[in-house]
Design a protein around this ligand. Sequence first.
Ligand SMILES: [Zn+2]
Length: 186
Amino acid sequence: MSTFEHLDFFGDTLRESDFQTQIMSWSCDVHDIELVSNGHPLQLVAATLFKVFSFDDTGCIDTATFMLFMSRIEDAYQPNNAYHNRAHGADVTQTVAMFLHDPTVSALCTQLDKFAAVIAAAIHDVGHPGVNNSFNVNTKSELALVYNDISVLENMVRWFVLLVLLDLFVLFCFVLLCSFSSFCFP
Ligand SMILES: [Zn+2]
């Protein structure tokens, strides 16, 4: 379950705790972020970046949908993976954000470029099993068989994200159907 409801990412808590200053710094410690977010570092980083980069201005997505997507992505990182876990996802996302925040890079990027880069960073190792492509291919793992030894982990990440998007699409269709039903049959 997401703790988004329990942490006021966009309100006074964010300002009081100064998460934004911490996250938009090269000295940011992702393990500190993991602690203060009750084990949801990717959501806290993502919520902060949504605000810092004003992603709502892109007209692509609203805050609630963005955070729902990020909570599903965070949940799909393997908790028993010592390195490629949700903290690593948050760490890479925060680092990418620091590059995007650089005035020279920022001037070359549109809002949509920045949005795409943050999404790419957040999802880049989702579902990572803790072993690399060579290991999968050489041990003829199930994953290597599924993806025919070609870019095994990269294809797995694409599949994971597609499943999350499909899941959200079904959820939104259900919500839309419920709204329509209550409108037609009050
Ligand atoms: Zn990585």
